[in-house]
Ligand binder design. Sequence first.
Ligand SMILES: Nc1ncnc2c1ncn2[C@@H]1O[C@H](COP(=O)(O)OP(=O)(O)OP(=O)(O)O)[C@@H](O)[C@H]1O
Ligand SMILES: [Mg+2]
Length: 384
Amino acid sequence: MAAVAPNVQPILPPAWLGVLGGGQLGRFFVIAARNMGYRVAVLDPHRDSPAGALAERHLAAEYEDRAALDELARLCQAVTTEFENVPAASLAHLAARTRVAPSAQCVAVAQDRIAEKAALLAHGFPVAPYAPITGEQDFGRLREFPAILKTARLGYDGKGQVDVARAADLAGAWQALGRVPCVLERRLALERELSVIVARGPDGESRAFAVAENRHRHGILDVSIVPARIDAALTERAREMARRLVGALGYVGVLGVEFFVVAGELYVNEIAPRPHNSGHYTLDACVTSQYAQQVRALCGLPLGDERLLSPATMVNVLGDAWRGGEPPPWQAVLAEPRAKLYLYGKAEARPGRKMAHFTVLDASPERALSVALELRARLGIGEA
Ligand SMILES: Nc1ncnc2c1ncn2[C@@H]1O[C@H](COP(=O)(O)OP(=O)(O)OP(=O)(O)O)[C@@H](O)[C@H]1O
Ligand SMILES: [Mg+2]
C-alpha cells in the first residue's frame, strides 16, 4: 500500500468535503463521499441540481461569489470540482483557505484548448496537427485540411466546433464562432475513440482504470464499451500514457483522458479535470468507482483498486428520449437483470441534455454491447 506523503494529512470521515458544480458527476461524487461517511457541500448556482439535491448543504451561488467561496472553505476540509469551467480564480481563492484538488493551475490548462495542447506538446504527448487561431494572421498556420475549428474555451459535447473543409472556409468559420480564440485542428481519420480515467494522489501514486471505447452521436458520447476491443499492447500504451500525463502535470485528483486511434497510433484529444462521462461504468464494474477514487485522491487516502470485475457497456440517455414530456419506458431497462439504471433527477428534459444512463454487465464486451443496444432500442432511442 502506498504511503501518504508526510506533509499531506489524510482527511477522514466525517469531515466535510466540497464540490464545485451540481451536475451528475457531482451527484455521484456526493453519493461516494457520503457512503464513506463524509459530509458534502455543493456550490452550484441552480436551485435544483442533481448533486445539490443529495448533499447535506447546497450553496446556491455563482462560482465567482466570494462570500459563498469563503463559506465553503470555512466548512470544508477539502474542495474538488466536477465542472471544468469553474473559474480558475475561484479555485485559487479556495486554495488559499483549504485543500483543493485538482489545482487551479491544472484546471486552467484543461479549460483552454490552446493551453491544453501546448502543455501536451511540451510534455511530448502526441496531438493532432493544429494551430492556435487568435487573429487573421494565424490563418495560414495550418496547411492540412479538412480541419475542425474549435473555440479555445467553453466548448462541450461538440458545441463551439465548425468543420473547415478547405483553407478558404476558415474566415467564415471563425466569424461563425464569434472571432474568439480558437484551435484549428486537422480532422483525423479515426479508427476508434478511447478514454482512460486516471487518478493521482498527493503522494504521486497513480492508477489508471480500464480503457473505454467510446462512440459518439452528434458530438455527444453515446456508448462506452469496456474493455475497449483493442489489443493488449495498445491498451497498456493508453493506460501508461494517462499515468505519465498526470505525473507530468503534477495533477492531483481524477482526470479523464480522451484518445483518438489513427493508423494504430494514439493521439490525445483532450483532458477533463474531473471524473468523465465514459467512466460511469466504474460505478458497477470496478472495485473502486472513479467517484470513490476522486474522494480518496482529494482526501489523501491511498487510492483504491481500479480492477475491472466485469465487461460492461454504458449508454447515455439524453433528453431526446422524452416524447411530449413523457419519459421513455424505463421498465424496458429495469426488467433486464444485467442492467443498472441511473436517473440524474433533472426536472426538465431538453434535447441533448444528459438525463440518465444505464450500464449492462455481461461476460464479454460484445454481449454487454448487444444487450445494451437492444435496451436502447426499447427505450425508443434510434440509431444514428
Ligand atoms: N481532430 C479531429 N478529428 C476527427 N474527429 C474529431 C476531431 N476532433 C474532434 N472530433 C470528434 O468530435 C468529438 C468531440 O470533440 P471534442 O472532444 O474536442 O469536443 P468537446 O465538445 O470538448 O466534447 P466533450 O466535452 O463532449 O468531450 C470527438 O469525440 C470526435 O468524435
Ligand atoms: Mg471530448
